[in-house]
Design a protein around this ligand. Sequence first.
Ligand SMILES: [Fe+2]
Ligand SMILES: [Fe+2]
Length: 274
Amino acid sequence: MIKVTTFVENTSISPDYAHKHGLCLYIETTNHKILFDLGSNGLFLENAKKLGVNIAEIDTVIISHGHADHGGALKLFLESNNTAKVYVRRNAFDSHKIKVLGLFFSVGLDSSLKKHPQIVLTDARTVIDDELMLFSDIDNHMFPTKANKKLYAKVDGKMIVDDFTHEQNLIITEGDNKILFAGCAHSGIVNIKDKAEKIIGEKLDSVIGGFHLYNPASRKRESDELIDGIADSLNDGVTMYYTCHCTGKKVFEMMKKKLTDRIQYISVGTVLKI
Ligand SMILES: [Fe+2]
Ligand SMILES: [Fe+2]
């Protein structure tokens, strides 16, 4: 069994916990105390304290991709913990921007942290140990979203539409229990899940993360057709989904009509034992 506590998310279970656009999940496994993403600011520190977790005891941090709502708090983490290894994709510190009304706005990480001694730059596959594996080599590109087309990355000095090779996903294996964590799932949650199942050779027990189907800034969601198509593809009768962040509450309700009790929304303060 692993325990997953939400430290940062767009909503919270009660007014006792502040919430903010972004993601930070605290994961306890047999061998590790992990933070999957950190959010954009010091909220993870505040909520960790309220939820009884000492940040200095974290041994592993995974930054899912090079966007500030997931890794903007990296400097604050490194000031609070001087032992954890922080796994970040090699190109996640590149410049990342969003294009709004023809203008570019930065949404990236603090590139000055790339050479910090606690940072481990990862390639397309990284096996950390028997429990933890990272991957970003996604084969399929089904269900492309409109939102991704506004996101850019600087490659060889040029801003190009982001291919999200800076996005990595985590598989946790504890005995028969196989769990996938995705940050924003920019590469598409169906594509990421398919790849994870190819890697492990069986269906996942649980998938946790944002599905990138709603933009809180523009308050726009992806088309009903796309959302229904994704829900149908995910509905395999085996996997349980715990979603949050860039899925959005409205999209969650739409997906719940198809996935019924196989999908649950997680907010700041939610504690899962799976
Ligand atoms: Fe995000
Ligand atoms: Fe993102």
